[in-house]
Design a protein around this ligand. Structure first.
Ligand code: B12
Length: 169
C-alpha cells in the first residue's frame, strides 16, 4: 500500500487503482485472519478498542493493527471508521480495555481524536487506559495534542508497546 500510495502521489496511479488495491488488501487480511485465529492463546492477553474517528474513512492501517494484535492474543473491539467520539467512551465503559488505539490518515480528524481523549478524561477513564495513535499523518506533535501515550507509524511497534505494558516483554 505504501508503494501504491507513492505511485498515486506521483500521478502514476488513479483513484480507481487506489481503491482496487485497498479492496485487494482487505481480501488478503480476511484470508489470513482464520489462520491467525488458530495460533492465538486461549486466554486473551488484554483488551484493545480501536477506531478511526469522525471525518476519516481510511481503515487499512487500523485493520493491520487489529489483525496483528489479535494474532498476538489480544481481544480487539474494532469500532470501524467515521466513529463518533461518544461511542469510544461508551465502548470503553462497556469493554473495559487496557488500551485504546486511534488510527488516522486525515488531518481533519485530529479534532475528533482530541475530543474523544478529552471525553475519556472527563468520564474518569483516561487513567485506566493507555492511548495509542497511529497512521501516516501522525507525528509527535499529534501525540502531544491529544495527550496519547504512544504515537507510531508502525503497527508492530504498537503491538510491542502493548506487550511491554502488560509485562510480556
Ligand atoms: C488508500 C488511500 C485511500 C483509500 C482508502 C481505502 C481504505 N479502506 O482505507 C480511498 C481511495 C478510499 C481513499 C479516500 C480518500 N482519501 Co485517501 N489515501 C489513501 C493512501 C494512498 C494510502 C493510505 C493507506 O491506506 N496507507 C497504508 C496504511 C497501511 O498505512 P497507515 O494507515 O499509515 O498504517 C500504518 C501505520 O501508520 C500504523 N498504524 C495505522 N494506524 C494505527 C493505529 C495504531 C493504534 C497503531 C499502533 C499503529 C497504526 O500501522 C500501519 C502499518 O504499519 C493515502 C496516501 C499515502 N501515501 O498515505 C491517501 C490519503 C490518506 N487520502 C487522502 C484524502 C484527501 C482522501 C479523500 C478525502 C479523497 C477524496 N477527495 O475523496 C478520501 C477520504 C475521505 C474521508 N473522509 O476519509 C489524503 C489525506 C490528506 C490529509 N492531510 O488529511 C492522503 C494523504 C493522500 C494525499 N496525499 O492527499 N484514500
Amino acid at each position: 500500500m505504501t508503494i501504491v500510495g507513492d505511485r498515486f502521489r506521483k500521478g502514476e496511479y488513479f483513484l480507481a487503482e487506489l481503491m482496487l488495491s485497498a479492496e485487494i488488501f482487505k481480501g488478503v487480511v480476511a484470508i489470513l485472519d482464520p489462520y491467525l485465529a488458530k495460533v492465538r492463546p486461549p486466554k486473551p492477553l488484554g483488551k484493545v478498542v480501536v477506531a478511526t474517528l469522525k471525518g476519516d474513512i481510511h481503515d487499512l492501517g487500523k485493520n493491520i493493527v487489529a489483525t496483528l494484535l489479535r494474532a498476538q492474543g489480544f481481544d480487539v473491539c474494532d469500532l470501524g471508521v467515521d466513529v463518533d467520539p461518544a461511542l469510544v467512551v461508551e465502548k470503553v465503559k462497556e469493554v473495559k480495555p487496557e488500551f485504546v488505539g486511534f488510527s488516522v490518515l486525515m488531518t481533519t480528524a485530529f479534532a475528533a481524536m482530541k475530543q474523544a481523549a478529552d471525553m475519556l478524561e472527563e468520564a474518569g477513564l483516561r487513567d485506566q487506559i493507555k492511548l495509542m495513535v497511529g497512521g501516516g499523518v501522525t507525528t509527535p506533535m499529534v501525540k502531544e495534542y491529544i495527550g496519547a501515550d504512544l504515537q507510531t507509524l508502525d503497527a508492530t511497534e504498537g503491538v510491542a508497546y502493548c506487550m511491554k505494558v502488560i509485562g510480556r516483554k
